[in-house]
Design a protein around this ligand. Structure first.
Ligand code: PEP
Length: 245
């Protein structure tokens, strides 16, 4: 269960979140969970989460680990050195607003793996794609361009997140069946490229308006292994309820 804070919260608010959140999940041992705050809050999050089961992640990283003159970018190795275990890659907001392509997704994923991070690689269709019956086609294009170029060993260390763009931050959650079908087709793409064992082992998270009151239905789908949570991950009680589910 991963929380994507997007561009929300200050370091002080980060500390406050963990002070409330960690006691609520102290008894939780059944699921891995992580918070991905804005870069500037990573030190506060790492310090606050020390000694707990909460992992910390970045929301993006550069496609090489070599330092250089790339204003505004952060290497995966820097995230790792700052105490991160995870990084979100190819979120639809990066694809829509910051020119992320399948090619840069693949580069960032490889660099993240090289640094020892667990990349959570996002795929998902726009509303127009779904309405045109092109969901599986879009997922295949994003998979083939952004994930299929990994080696089998690299692939075994990633997490995939299916996030239908029309369900992100809109309150319009995909029905469990819609999400389950998309996860099934992603798992089939994995099987075709990396084999049966890889398809059975890979964790595929659903993201798009996940809340404490809809997590149960989504998680009942056999191909949904967890959630990537935006808005509800900003509230300690809500994200704790999702993790504890
Ligand atoms: C997200 O940011 O990845 C997300 C799924 O957001 P929300 O839960 O707010 O729809």
């Amino acid at each position: 269960m991963a929380g994507n804070w997007k561009m929300f919260k200050t370091p002080a608010e980060t500390k406050d979140f963990f002070a409330k959140f960690l006691p609520l999940v102290a008894g939780s041992t059944h699921a891995d969970f992580a918070i991905c705050p804005p870069f500037v809050n990573i030190p506060a999050a790492v310090e606050a989460a020390a000694g707990s089961r909460a992992g910390i992640g970045g929301q993006n990283c550069y496609w090489q680990n070599k330092e250089g003159a790339f204003t505004g970018e952060v290497t995966p190795a820097m995230l790792k050195a700052a105490g991160c275990a995870y990084v979100i890659i190819g979120h639809s907001e990066r694809r829509q607003f910051f020119g992320e392509t399948d090619e840069t997704v693949l580069g960032r994923t490889k660099a993240a793996l090289e640094a020892g991070l667990i990349p959570m690689v996002c795929v998902g269709e726009m509303l127009a794609d779904r309405e045109a019956g092109k969901t599986n086609e879009v997922l295949a294009t994003q998979f083939n361009g952004g994930i299929a170029g990994l080696t089998p060993e690299e692939f075994s260390r990633i997490v995939i997140a299916y996030e239908p763009v029309w369900a992100i931050g809109t309150g319009k959650v995909a029905t469990p069946e819609m999400a389950g079908d998309a996860h099934k087709s992603i798992r089939a793409l994995v099987e075709a490229k990396f084999g049966k064992n890889a398809a059975a082992a890979v964790r595929i998270l659903y993201g798009g308006s996940v809340k404490p009151d809809n997590v149960k239905g989504l998680m009942a789908q056999p191909d949904i292994d967890g959630a990537l949570v935006g808005g509800a991950a900003l509230k300690p009680e809500d994200f704790a309820a999702i993790v504890n589910f």
